[in-house]
Design a protein around this ligand. Structure first.
Ligand code: PLP
Length: 455
């Protein structure tokens, strides 16, 4: 049982945790993180951890960036709050929108602001629906996403997602949300099927779904460049090129969810550039502020914006927005984050360190329980399997991935178990030496796991 005098003990009594087995809480005390510096966080007993996941894929500038703290403090002391409804604005949000439009991977026309990735994706869905109403195609409303996708947890975002935990027990997905096959070559390909042939088959599957539903009813397709929570699934060769050809054929909008991939994670400013994606709508969050304040953005291209704007009077005001859309403090911190990316050449660091990271990760492929290592830039995953030759996974109830993550924690490195895929997504400021140290810790955790399971 918890000691009710500790922070962890008090927490259990009052805090309804997200993504937690609430029934197991009394026997599993929460990890209390009290501070952070650089790529490390420190718990309430003074133990330091390498944050190999940047928290939840977001603290790209680490945990002690003074420029971001100062930008937030200054904003709090100048204009702590104002809204952007009905033609109100503030200097920070304007400059932030200007910068985002300059950074966009394809020409974009306007930026809408929200507070989280989920809200950004919900907003994108509503914009798609509004757009099709505006251009006189109200029957075009279905959204196609992918199995294993993660787009957030609000009702529409969870419906876009393709993970069972986000649907089960919530009566989701909503009607009009469909899911096509996951682009995971390791588990999805037929024996001997090349990545390119696999991509062709997936694009054909998408086209069949569109035809079966009726193209006149399909509004948009949404995809993360690299599927994050689904297990860091890097798209197979040719995938997005083939998918986009299908979308263009049936006049279907393309939404890129850059909530994880945005701002340098895959080696370019946006994952869309890395994978040749040309979205009409792009959502981003997380590294937009390095996770320091809640903020997200939805960029829309001229095709979408002009139609919405031209028809707004006709079909009714664009009735969507949040109390905190364009919040001046969040905007100031996000703006400073984008300036730091440029001033400190964060993409240059990714270019330098990513080869070290990817090589160190791939060295784990020789381990007896590792089926696949995948990744790009500074994101990757190591997939644990029961049988390497047969690509056979462990039974979920064995919880092998969770065991490895727990052993890694003992070794002072925080990784994420997504089933049996061990995710890594360290702050983009990580050095080559720190990458080597992070993987050395993980290797010790693997040694312990192998000793437990293969002895
Ligand atoms: N989209 C992707 C790709 C994500 O990884 C996440 C969160 O992890 C979200 C959307 C949802 O973001 P949030 O948790 O800020 O609502």
């Amino acid at each position: 049982m918890q000691d009710s005098n500790t922070i962890g003990g008090k927490d259990v009594a009052v805090h309804l945790h997200s993504y937690t087995n609430l029934a197991a809480l009394p026997s599993t005390p929460p990890l209390v993180i009290v501070k952070g510096d650089g790529i490390h966080v420190v718990d309430d007993e003074g133990k330091r951890y390498v944050e190999g996941m940047s928290g939840l894929w977001c603290a790209s500038l680490g945990f002690s960036n003074k420029r971001l703290a100062d930008a937030g403090t200054q904003a709090l002391n100048t204009l702590p709050y104002y809204h952007t409804f009905n033609q109100r604005t503030n200097p920070a949000v304007v400059e932030l929108a200007e910068r985002l439009l300059k950074l966009a991977p394809v020409p974009m026309s306007r930026v809408f602001f929200a507070n989280s990735g989920s809200e950004a994706n919900d907003s994108a869905v509503k914009m798609v629906w509004y757009y099709h109403n505006a251009i006189g195609k109200p029957e075009k409303k279905k959204i196609i996403a992918r199995k294993r996708a993660y787009h957030g947890v609000t009702v529409a975002a969870a419906s876009l997602g393709g993970l069972d935990a986000n649907h089960r027990d919530f009566d989701l997905p909503l009607a009009r949300f469909l899911h096509v096959d996951t682009p995971h070559h390791y588990y999805g390909a037929k024996p001997g099927e090349t990545e390119d042939a696999f991509s062709t088959r997936l694009a054909e599957g998408l086209e069949q779904t569109i035809l079966a539903e009726g193209p006149e009813t399909v509004a948009a397709f949404i995809a993360e460049p690299v599927m994050g929570a689904g297990g860091v699934l890097v798209p197979p060769a040719g995938y997005f090129e083939k998918v986009q050809a299908v979308l263009a054929k049936y006049d279907i909008l393309f939404i890129a969810d850059e909530v994880i991939c945005g701002f340098g994670r895959t080696g370019n400013m946006f994952g869309s550039t890395t994978f040749g994606m040309r979205p009409d709508i792009l959502t981003c969050a997380k590294a937009l502020s390095s996770g320091y304040v809640p903020i997200s953005a939805v960029m829309v291209n001229a095709k979408v914006y002009d139609a919405i704007a031209a028809n707004s009077g006709k079909i009714g005001t664009f009735g969507h927005g949040y109390t905190y859309s364009g919040h001046p403090v969040a905007s100031a911190v996000a703006l400073e984050t984008l300036k730091v990316y440029e001033d400190e050449d964060i993409l240059g660091n990714v270019a330098k360190v990513a080869p070290v990271f990817q090589a160190a990760a791939r060295a784990f492929a020789n381990r007896p329980m590792v089926g696949e290592v995948r990744g790009v830039g500074l994101i990757g995953a190591i997939e644990l399997v029961a049988d390497k030759a047969a690509h056979k996974p462990f039974a979920p109830e064995q919880k092998v991935g969770y065991r490895l993550a727990a052993l890694a924690l003992e070794e002072g490195v925080i990784v994420r178990a997504m089933g049996d895929a061990i995710g890594l997504c360290p702050p983009l400021i990580i050095s080559a030496e720190q990458v080597t140290d992070m993987f050395a810790r993980l290797a010790r955790a693997f040694d312990k796991l192998e000793a437990e399971m293969l002895a």
